[in-house]
Design a protein. Sequence first.
Length: 135
Amino acid sequence: RDGKTVHLWIRGHLPPLIIGGPQDPAGFRLLPYELPANPGIAAGDVVVFVGYVGADPPLVDAAANAGAKAIWFAAPDPSLTDARRRGGLVIDQQWRVGDCLVPVPGYDVSILPPSAITQLACYWALVDEATDSPR
């Protein structure tokens, strides 16, 4: 990391309590759900967005304006075009919006979205790379 910070912003199904927990050796800086006006991103830092769909424009702006590298894990959305144009690496997680699979009688939304599993796999692959863990 060369003294730089990896900032993580979660806006999807990935359980936030996993991040920074005792089993998480990565040491990423978790950005608050409500992104502040100055999120503390600096040149050379890395911003990782683990989201459900698209990219949040304020985070795209903050990363690009700071000169940080950005990685976007999300389903396709027009906002990802701007994120990519501004230097971000976009990883399409290949799910469709509304991907929950199991209807529950008496409950107004379905449950068990495969996007949550994909987000976990992407996150732990990133942790593996960041910590240089043995394979």
